[in-house]
Design a protein around this ligand. Structure first.
Ligand code: GUN
Length: 281
């Protein structure tokens, strides 16, 4: 069996076209969805990410505001800026790019964002809403994974989903979303003694560790669906995921490539969340 690839670029294009048309509807009512993106410091990867986020907003007709601050910005100054953005009616979503410089408490900064504008879905109110099935913003990367499963028409009810990784940004919210769709969910992590024994039972595997070759072909049940959230570089400096793609592709029924899989979906879901923040007003 050779797995079908789930094309994150194609699905993103479709979803972004929907964002654009829903944005036009809002604009006709005098509302332009607006996203504020805050970057503190000069982290090169973060600079690329924020640039891509702002460009995606522009391409879909959303208003965006990019604010860059020096590495030595004080925590107080950042908290004050967030508070003024919380009050700003032209801004519906606030995103503070992580990681922040060490002298700033990231959790405190995230909690300063109004849950109504928390389009990253990182606020504890958003995490609590996801856990309890209440309305709130879902973190963009796992939300994108769910959209990919929806797009291939995959019914999670009664299926066994194994999530590898337990981060607050991907692993834990991913598990909650799969659970909400009636999957039986196992979360594996660095202290799991026999990862292969777990993944071999899985109908769906989400790899979100940040390490190459965490999942190899011998660990995958034939016909499983494999979503690769990893973003790593191989020895030649080429972008690769957590999954040994060439091997796993021969066993799985569906697989997401890296690049061109989950990656583009993250920004797409940020646009969706920002649009919905504006629609909820
Ligand atoms: N840093 C890496 N990924 C993300 C993300 O999705 N949101 C924010 N705010 N920072 C990040």
């Amino acid at each position: 069996m050779t797995a079908q690839r789930i094309d994150g670029n194609a699905l993103s294009q479709k979803l972004r076209a929907e964002v654009t048309s829903r944005t036009q509807v809002l604009k006709a009512k005098g509302i332009t969805p607006g996203l504020a993106v805050i970057l503190v410091g000069e982290n090169p990867a973060s600079q690329v990410y924020v640039r891509n986020k702002v460009k995606a907003c522009q391409d879909s007709g959303l208003h965006s505001l990019l604010e860059k601050y020096a590495e030595d910005m004080t925590e107080k100054a950042l908290l004050d800026r967030i508070e003024s953005l919380n009050q700003d009616p032209s801004i519906h979503g606030i995103l503070v790019q992580l990681p922040l410089p060490k002298h700033i408490d990231s959790q405190k900064v995230i909690e300063a964002i109004s849950p109504h504008k928390d389009v990253d879905g990182f606020h504890i109110a958003s995490a609590g809403a996801l856990m309890t099935g209440m309305p709130g913003f879902w973190p963009c990367t796992p939300y994108g994974c769910m959209k990919m499963l929806e797009n291939i028409g995959y019914d999670l009810k009664g299926k066994h989903a194994v999530v590898i990784g337990r981060s607050n940004i991907v692993g834990k919210p991913m598990a909650m979303m799969l659970l909400q769709k009636n999957a039986t969910v196992t979360i594996c992590h660095s202290a799991t003694p026999d990862l292969k024994a777990m993944t071999l039972q899985a109908d769906v595997i989400v790899a979100a560790v940040g390490k190459r070759n965490v999942l190899t072909a011998d660990m995958v049940k034939p016909g499983a669906v494999v979503l690769d959230v990893g973003m790593n570089r191989n020895d030649e400096g080429k972008l690769c995921g957590d999954v040994d793609f060439d091997g796993v592709e021969k066993v799985a029924s569906y697989i997401t490539p890296v690049p061109g899989g989950v990656g583009p979906m993250t920004i797409t879901m940020l646009l969706v969340n920002t649009l919905e923040a504006a629609e909820r007003l």
